[in-house]
Design a protein around this ligand. Structure first.
Ligand code: FAD
Length: 117
């Protein structure tokens, strides 16, 4: 079955945006509980992703490259790496993970201020 490639791509773009923004906002020094929350979230995210074929591929990637949750930097770097694995599978160009910087901005500067208080 052909499916709807446009809808699949749109869902993918929206999801990646959200996924990378979650990583960009993960604590720099997460507690054990926060690390476990992110790990569980990623495995459940992979199981429940609405495109079944994508979910299956992504779970295989996860088994090969388990989530890195020890810090914001490692989580964001891991997510960039795993997205590049999907890019490679789909014959898309590799994204330069050293350029992540402020690319994924949640627009929630107010929260950051509150955290520093
Ligand atoms: P996308 O890959 O959607 O990326 C969006 C934007 O993110 C890019 O324009 C770029 O600015 C940025 N970006 C690109 N690479 C990275 C990176 N490594 N790190 C950070 N930012 C980056 N489609 C299928 O056809 N088959 C599948 O099996 C499949 N599996 C998927 C699994 C998951 C978990 C997700 C979220 C999506 C999957 N998709 C799959 C959809 C696919 O990955 C793309 O989202 C879709 O093809 C649209 O591609 P795009 O070229 O617009 O860029």
């Amino acid at each position: 079955k052909l499916g709807n490639a446009t809808a699949k791509a749109e869902l993918g773009r929206a999801t990646w945006k959200y996924f990378h923004t979650v990583m960009a906002r993960f604590p720099e020094k997460p507690t054990e509980d926060q690390q476990e929350a992110l790990r569980s979230y990623i495995f459940l995210f992979a199981r429940l992703y609405p495109c079944g074929e994508c979910a299956e591929h992504f779970q295989q990637h996860l088994n090969k490259y388990p989530p890195q949750v020890s810090s914001r930097k490692s989580a964001a770097g891991w997510a960039c790496f795993i997205h590049n694995e999907v890019n490679a599978m789909l014959e898309k160009p590799e994204f330069d993970c050293t350029n992540l910087g402020a690319f994924y901005d949640c627009g929630c500067a107010e929260d950051e201020k509150a955290e520093k208080k």
